[in-house]
Design a protein around this ligand. Structure first.
Ligand code: HEC
Ligand code: HEC
Length: 323
């Protein structure tokens, strides 16, 4: 009996030592991942985008009038992009004064920094190139990776990013110092074992050109593919669904959105519209979290945007859901 107890105690001690050793490795490995620096291109684009010369002439605008109209249009487009597509406010706060991406022990505390010109704001000295790196590449101005889902924003054109900057700059200053993001023990283990990947690694290539302007807003596969960039973060790059990488373990797998029997084969546009706007499938079952996080954005989409998404999804190669 005494021998067994001693054996059990030794075994437990061994487990604790191994556990601590593994955690020590995971902690060091995730710190190393976050301390790396990434090289990327330096792009430049106007903020706001000016009107085309032909339009200024056709409307016979003075220079000041043309600047004013360009600014008003950029603001309007920027607001729509943020509401209907990119959800920056989910993590950076409704007033852009800072917000929460994840605050869950043991995963970690990942906070969206303050993007206004108030105290604690971090973008005061940002150039267009810095905005590009942070938003479309997941790289901070000093070259370190940002813990933000920039792969969702990779297809964003220069003009769309410029419009978003104009909108963010129009927000009143908010004084709020947001604590730096920190991974908890589980977050460190997930990162060390490759379950939680940094956008800068997922994107991989940081010097390929971006679109200057988005495809024309028509019901077309090209425009739909452009809009569908924000679906890939959860539904995977092929849109054939599967477990949501880096998501909350309690979430269901993302649905297959390709026209495969595992996916949307047999659906028509009305079915898709109802699913997107009312979270209901053709068989009447409810669509739940985290898809419902998308509902406010989907409700802000134009009819053209929603239909273009559908036309694009229908054009995909049918694929089975990966297991
Ligand atoms: C899912 C949550 C989430 C969304 C959506 C999101 N962000 Fe972020 N963002 C973060 C977090 C968290 C950080 C801090 C990253 C870090 O410090 O590692 C960050 C960092 C940034 C930074 C870098 C700030 C700095 O420290 O220099 C900028 C700029 C930025 N975000 C802009 C945007 C814009 C613009 C959008 C919308 C197109 C957006 N973000 C959408 C979570 C998010
Ligand atoms: C935050 C992660 C996330 C994002 C972003 C997201 N989805 Fe989903 N979506 C899911 C998950 C998870 C499900 C499955 C929900 C369930 O089973 O209750 C789902 C379900 C769906 C369904 C229901 C299909 C079915 O039969 O189950 C459709 C349609 C859909 N998503 C379309 C889209 C489109 C289009 C986009 C981009 C505009 C998008 N989703 C973006 C996570 C996401």
């Amino acid at each position: 009996m005494g021998g067994f107890l001693r054996f059990a105690a030794m075994f437990l001690l061994l487990l604790v030592v191994l556990g601590l050793g593994f955690y020590g490795w995971a902690s060091a490995s995730s710190s190393r991942s976050l301390a790396r620096t990434f090289d990327s291109h330096a792009v430049d684009f106007p903020v706001p985008y000016p009107l085309a010369a032909e339009e200024v002439e056709a409307l016979s605008l003075s220079e000041a009038e043309a600047d004013q109209l360009a600014l008003a249009r950029a603001l309007e487009r920027g607001e729509h992009l943020i509401r209907a597509r990119y959800g920056c406010t989910h993590c950076h706060g409704h007033d852009f004064g800072g917000g929460v991406m994840v605050d869950a022990f043991p995963l970690g505390t990942l906070l969206g920094p303050n993007l206004t010109s108030g105290e604690g704001g971090v973008v005061a000295t940002y150039s267009a190139a810095d905005w590009d790196r942070a938003v479309r590449h997941g790289i901070l101005p000093d070259g370190r990776p940002a813990v933000m889902p920039s792969e969702d924003f990779l297809l964003m054109s220069d003009q769309e990013l410029s419009d978003i900057i104009v909108y963010i700059r129009s927000m009143p200053p908010v004084d709020n110092s947001v604590r730096p993001s920190r991974l908890g023990p589980l977050g460190k283990v997930l990162m060390a074992t490759g379950q939680l990947q940094l956008s800068a690694d997922l994107i991989g290539i940081h010097d390929s050109d971006h679109l200057f302007v988005p495809p024309p807003a028509t019901v077309s596969v090209a425009f739909g593919r452009h809009l569908g960039g924000v679906c890939t973060g959860c539904h995977s790059m092929t849109l054939a669904g599967g477990p949501v990488a880096g998501g909350d373990p309690s979430w269901p797998p993302a649905s297959n959105l390709t026209p495969h029997a595992d996916g949307l084969a047999g659906w028509n546009y009305a079915d898709f519209r109802t699913a997107m706007l009312e979270s209901r499938r053709p068989d009447g079952t409810e669509i739940g979290t985290p898809m419902t996080f998308m509902t406010p954005s989907v409700q802000a989409m134009t009819a053209t945007e929603l239909e273009a998404l559908w036309v694009f999804l229908q054009s995909l190669e049918p694929r089975p859901t990966p297991r």
